[in-house]
Every structure is written in structure tokens, then in C-alpha cells.
Design a protein around this ligand. Structure first.
Ligand SMILES: *Cc1c(COP(=O)(O)O)cnc(C)c1O
Length: 395
């Protein structure tokens, strides 16, 4: 079979402001770093890049955990890595589910042969710790798993109470921090989290392709005490960590340039500082919500349970979900997300993740949405920009 190479143009997607559930827009510095010369996976220069990346990851995770590294793969690979390494066939795992990603944790646990004890909560709300406590009562689970930032709903799951429950029943506490890392407080050591995973393309503002994970000393102990080998060869942390540790023993060729890019993205986080970064995410979220509510629209998640980086807005009556999103993209270069699962057609998901979380984007989104809704004959109250500006002015 032959093809004509001239049919294929250069890649040039044009301008996109990625305000969906991820990936978020990537800053130019990170894209430039991605194009640095590729070196070998045993090049001493690369070892220094690996060490830097691990140090920077410990900083953003706020942990002393030695076993902290980026898994080759997207956020889902982190979910699989943490589960296949901690769960053996027959192990009981309590899984808190109040959205799409919590449900996936349960699915992977059962594929690994674990016994899932599912604690279901309403989509768009945090799960009540008392419900979890009841479900755990009389059980001796190996792992208690929860999603910190449920990207499918925009709800934040408070970690503190769940940690207490995990401690009481002697379970490892495993938390999905794909969307929270780099956008809100994620202090593994202080929060008592044993196993965490994240993704490069959400609040870290790196392209998708790496999944930072971290295992506490207790979790490492549990890995060492396993009775059966980890079912996944590729994601076996015992083997992966021998390459990331002092031995530098070959396991697989890591995506060299993606690790350059992650290092740069993490360096940007460190330059800004975690506190300043969290405050920026919160401010832009507050401005967005003020504008949305002034317009007469409402948020899915009640105040006090909302995530700063993912805003689920109820689609108002009369608005055409797909057409609104298409117009945002075509006329304003803004991408937002639709609803997942049960929330399809019911909400828009507006991400303010990392680099994308800024006043320019909040104001652009609010004015674009208002003009599109009006053109569709959906009545809005107006005053969105004034309300957002008042938040920025500190009024
Ligand atoms: C995005 C996301 C994932 C999955 O990450 P991928 O990079 O799409 O594989 C898992 N959990 C949460 C909470 C997410 O937001």
C-alpha cells in the first residue's frame, strides 16, 4: 500500500483555551522543554533530571515519601498502578463513589480480584463520613479508597475524616488526586494519605502522559509483604522503583521528553509557590461562580463542597448543550466539558486548572457564555462581569 505524504499537513491546531476537565492549556515554557534533545534512559544527565523531578514531586505532594515518581501513562495508569500494587485477590477494599472516577476505582479493584465494598454518595456532593464509618464497621479492609477532587461533578471530598476511618480499621488510605494536585492543598504526610496518584495534564499544566504516584512507608511495607506477584508487569512498583532508585535497573524506557516537560511544569509550580497557587485558583473560582450566579445560572455543587479548579454549571432551560460548547470553541477558541455519565446533558464543566486559571479567561468565558445564551434566546440576568470584577476588586 502506498500513500502520498503531501496529503498530510503540518500539525497546527490553532489557538485553544482549554477550560474543560483536562487537559488544560500548557504554558509555552513547558512545550519548549518538551522539544529538548532526547537522551538515553541511562544517560547521567537524565538521572539528574529524574532526581529533580522526584524532588519537585515530593514538594507538590508535600511528602517525604521515598517512593514518589511519575508512572509512564496518564492518570488512569496511576489509578491502576496504585490498585494493582496494593490489592491482592480476595482483599477487601472500601471504595467511596460519588462520581464517575470513584466508580472506576471500584471497577479496577474488582478486575484485580479484590472484594469491593462500595459506599455510594450523591453525585455532586461530598460523601458523609458517617456513611463510610457505618460501611466499614466490623470489617478489616486492606484499602480505603476515595477521590479527592471528583472531576465528573466538581465536588471536593474532605480527606480528614476518611483518614481517621482508615486508621481505625487498619486500612491503607488511597486517594485519587488527579485533579487536586497543584491546585489545592494536597499534603500527603499531614493528611495521612498512604497512596496517592495524579496526572500531568490537570493543575500541573503539562501535556497528558505521566501520572505522579506516591507511597508512604506503610504502603511500601504492604507491597513488600505481598503474597502474590503484581498482576501487571508494566506497573509493578517493585520493578519500576528499581529504575527510579539507585540501581537504575532497566524495566521499560521511560518517556524521556515527557519527564523533561513535567520537571519544567513542576518548576513553574515551585516558582509560584504552593500557597500563592492555591490562592489564585480559589480567587478565579470565586469570580467565576459570582459571574455565573449573577447571570441567573446555578452551580451543581453546594457552596462549601466545591472544587476551585472544576466548576459544574447547571445547563439552563432552553440552552442547547452541544451547540453552546461548539460555539464557544469555534467563535471564542474556548473548550469546556460536557457532563459525564448521569450528568450528561445536565451540566457544563468549566476547568480553571493551573495555567488556565486567570482573570482573562474567567472574564472571557463569562462574556462569551452570556452572548451565546442570548443568541439562543435563553434569558440571562446580566451583570456577570460586574459580579466577577467585584470579586477581583475584593469587594
Ligand atoms: C482525569 C482524571 C482521571 C483519569 O486520568 P486520565 O489522564 O484521563 O487517564 C482519574 N481521576 C480523576 C479524578 C480525573 O480527573
Amino acid at each position: 500500500m502506498d500513500i502520498n505524504a503531501n496529503e498530510f499537513r503540518d500539525i497546527d491546531p490553532g489557538e485553544r483555551i482549554l477550560m474543560g476537565p483536562g487537559p488544560g492549556s500548557v504554558p509555552p515554557r513547558v512545550l519548549q522543554t518538551l522539544s529538548a534533545p532526547c537522551v538515553g534512559y541511562l544517560d547521567p544527565y537524565f538521572f539528574s533530571v529524574m532526581d529533580d523531578t522526584q524532588r519537585l514531586l515530593r514538594y507538590v505532594f508535600q511528602t517525604e515519601n521515598t517512593l514518589t515518581l511519575p508512572v509512564s501513562g496518564t492518570g488512569m495508569s496511576g489509578m491502576e498502578t496504585t490498585i494493582v500494587n496494593t490489592v491482592e485477590p480476595g482483599d477487601e477494599v472500601v471504595v467511596c463513589v460519588s462520581g464517575f472516577f470513584g466508580a472506576r476505582i471500584g471497577e479496577i479493584v474488582s478486575r484485580v480480584g479484590g472484594k469491593v465494598v462500595r459506599v455510594d454518595g450523591e453525585w455532586g456532593r461530598a460523601i458523609d463520613p458517617d456513611v463510610v464509618r457505618k460501611a466499614v464497621k466490623g470489617r478489616n479492609p486492606k484499602v480505603l479508597a476515595a477521590v479527592h477532587a471528583e472531576t465528573s461533578t466538581g465536588a471536593c471530598q474532605p480527606i480528614q475524616d476518611l483518614k481517621g476511618i482508615a486508621r481505625e480499621c487498619g486500612a491503607l488510605f488511597l486517594v485519587d488526586m488527579v485533579t487536586s494536585l497543584g491546585g489545592m492543598e494536597v499534603s500527603l504526610d499531614k493528611m495521612g494519605i498512604d497512596v496517592a496518584y495524579s496526572g500531568s495534564q490537570k493543575c500541573l499544566s503539562c501535556p497528558p502522559g505521566l501520572s505522579p504516584v506516591s507511597f508512604s512507608p506503610a504502603a511500601v511495607q504492604a507491597l513488600e509483604n505481598r503474597k502474590s506477584p503484581v498482576v501487571s508487569f508494566y506497573l509493578d512498583m517493585g520493578m519500576v522503583s528499581r529504575y527510579w532508585g539507585e540501581e537504575r535497573k532497566y524495566h521499560h524506557t521511560v518517556p524521556i521528553n515527557m519527564i523533561y516537560a513535567l520537571r519544567e511544569a513542576l518548576r513553574i509550580v515551585a516558582e509560584e509557590g504552593l500557597e500563592a497557587r492555591f490562592a489564585r485558583h480559589l480567587l478565579n473560582h470565586r469570580a467565576l461562580v459570582a459571574g455565573v450566579e449573577a447571570m441567573g445560572l446555578s452551580m451543581l455543587v453546594p457552596e462549601g463542597e466545591r472544587l476551585p479548579m472544576l466548576n459544574a454549571i447547571r445547563i439552563p432551560e432552553g440552552a442547547d448543550d452541544v451547540k453552546v460548547r461548539k460555539t464557544l470553541l469555534n467563535d471564542f477558541s474556548v473548550e469546556i466539558g460536557g457532563g459525564l455519565g448521569d450528568l450528561a446533558g445536565k451540566v457544563w464543566r468549566v476547568g480553571l486548572m493551573g495555567h488556565v486559571s486567570c482573570m482573562r479567561n474567567v472574564v472571557l468565558f463569562l462574556s462569551a457564555l452570556e452572548s451565546i445564551l442570548r443568541s439562543q434566546g435563553v434569558k440571562t440576568k446580566g451583570g456577570a462581569i460586574e459580579a466577577a470584577s467585584a470579586v477581583y476588586a475584593g469587594v
